[in-house]
Design a protein around this ligand. Structure first.
Ligand code: SAH
Ligand code: SF4
Ligand code: F3S
Length: 475
């Protein structure tokens, strides 16, 4: 889409927002209350960011957000990366069916990655015919138009696009936190790791123009944001396909110059493309957080090859060493899949070996989940559940025993902490995040939320710290 067309599309959607808002205002005059909405988000930060845009559009249309799912408009933004994610959605739809029978005015909408799978949409039409609205990952910007159609046509609206090369800028959005925000720098993925459904449901890689990203971050900062999380499935390949190519490290340097922005995070880099330029840029930066989430997936070079990851065990470990040498206080976290087809005990031991050597600050561990349509689903030697689970438990045991020895390395240090929320268990405490992404709980009041304060880390508890706030001058 050319720039003018993109502007026209935003303008078209603004018109639908206005039309639905008129209907909502009229309804409010009659009933004395606003229509309410609730968005439930499954999956990754991409979906979380999409949900902020969806909530923004709903709010502009005159709907009022509720904390509870007991709303007039219920939207599930779904994930399909593992089977479990799908099962959760079907389970919850079962409950919604009963509600819909009692309240036919309830609007149930589904969007996100699951909806990009034709089998899922067929199943919804067939078994969940009470769902009002279905759309996919490529057309969230059309929410207002789709809601308008649902309200005026009085029949289910299903609109899923197979693919897109469009990026619609300037959507409204309703952020969860006033002081931090996700920022998409690219959409889609071209890597086709053999187990992964994401490239099929999120489409081909598309980078946003650096000037659009800088403009968005500047506007976020002028609205009070101090931390941004740059989002992409493989941030290291950012900018390669732009008319005027820009590297990810170059983009980071442009953002570093924005006054008022205090912290920059990013997710996810791919080990195969993590450049020296990026490591040097991080090491020299005052704003880029000391955290690299570097998904390992497997420690066996043989399995990595079958996964289509394009790196070896040795390459990965060398990268970890290089990052730690250049950025001494860095936190390195990872994702690991257990039970990929053909994984032998020896392959699994290689994964344990990398875990011991890399000394991860934390790890997300997943049991391999077969995703129809991916090459791995067709591979021989799918691993029986009991073997995979037994390995999974051994991996967890190793991670826990290592957490006891690796965590605590910052005890006694004073670190800058961005205070994020009141502690959910103890109202006398607030919870914040260190540059290396670990959390810390310390005594403090709500008024600290959104500020960066120095905190002395007094005690380590596995994956988090306790601390006490210091006076600024003591830093
Ligand atoms: N783009 C990111 C991650 C996207 S999905 C990356 O390349 O790292 C997040 C994580 O889900 C992956 O890192 C992987 O560990 C896990 N995952 C993806 N597909 C999976 C599958 N079929 N079964 C189990 N875990 C999977
Ligand atoms: Fe999936 Fe691999 Fe793309 Fe990550 S890089 S989203 S794991 S295909
Ligand atoms: Fe899930 Fe889609 Fe993210 S499949 S992990 S929500 S990109």
């Amino acid at each position: 889409m050319e720039k003018n067309e993109r502007q026209t599309e935003s303008a078209r959607q603004a018109e639908y927002i206005r039309l639905v808002r008129q209907m909502a205002d009229r309804e409010k005059e009659q009933t004395g209350r606003s229509r309410t909405f609730h968005v439930t988000t499954f999956g990754c930060q991409m979906n979380a960011r999409d949900s902020e845009k969806l909530r923004g559009i709903l709010t502009e249309m005159g709907f009022q957000e509720t904390e509870e799912e007991q709303a007039d408009f219920v939207l599930y933004n779904t994930c399909t990366v593992r089977e479990n994610a799908n099962l959760k959605v079907y389970g919850r739809l079962g409950h919604l069916k009963t509600r819909k029978e009692q309240d036919p005015d309830l609007i149930i909408a589904l969007c996100g990655c699951m909806m990009q799978e034709p089998d899922v949409v067929a199943k919804i039409k067939d078994q969940y015919g009470f769902v009002d609205l279905v759309f996919g990952t490529h057309n969230i910007f059309k929410l207002a138009e789709l809601v308008y159609r649902r309200l005026t046509e009085n029949q289910p609206v299903i609109d899923v696009w197979e693919k897109t090369d469009e990026i619609v800028e300037d959507l409204p959005n309703e952020r969860k936190y006033f002081f931090k925000s996700g920022v998409n720098i690219m959409y889609g993925c071209n890597n086709f790791c053999s187990y992964c459904i994401v490239p099929y449901v999120r489409g081909r890689e598309r980078s946003r123009k650096p000037e659009d990203i800088v403009r968005e971050v500047e506007s976020l900062v002028s609205g009070g944001v101090v931390e941004v999380m740059l989002l992409g499935q493989n941030v290291n390949s950012y900018g390669k396909t732009l008319e005027e190519p820009v590297s990810f490290a170059q983009l980071l340097r442009m953002l570093e110059d924005i006054d008022g922005l205090k912290r920059i995070r990013f997710m996810t880099p791919h080990p195969k493309d993590l450049s020296d330029e990026l490591i040097e840029t991080m090491a020299a930066s005052k704003k880029i957080c000391r955290h690299v989430h570097l998904p390992l997936q497997s420690g066996s070079s043989r399995i990595l090859q079958k996964m289509n990851r394009h790196y070896t065990k040795e390459h990965y470990l060398a990268l970890v060493r290089k990052i730690r040498a250049s950025i001494p206080d860095v936190g390195i976290t990872t994702d690991i899949i257990i039970g990929f087809p053909g994984e032998t005990e020896e392959d699994f031991l290689e994964t344990l070996d990398v875990v011991s050597k890399a000394r991860f600050d934390s790890a997300y561990t997943f049991l391999y989940s077969k995703r129809t349509g991916t090459p791995a689903a067709e591979m021989a030697d799918q691993i029986p559940d009991d073997i995979a689970k037994e390995r999974f438990n051994r991996l967890l045991a190793l991670l826990h025993s290592m957490a006891e020895s690796t965590s605590g390395k910052l005890v006694g240090h004073v670190e800058d902490v961005l205070v994020e929320e009141k502690n959910s268990r103890d109202p006398a405490l607030v919870t914040g995040r260190l540059s290396n992404n670990m959390t810390v709980h310390f005594p403090g009041s709500d008024s600290l939320i959104g500020t960066i304060v120095p905190v002395k880390l007094t005690q380590a508890k596995g994956f988090y710290y306790f601390g006490e706030q210091m006076e600024d001058t003591e830093l």
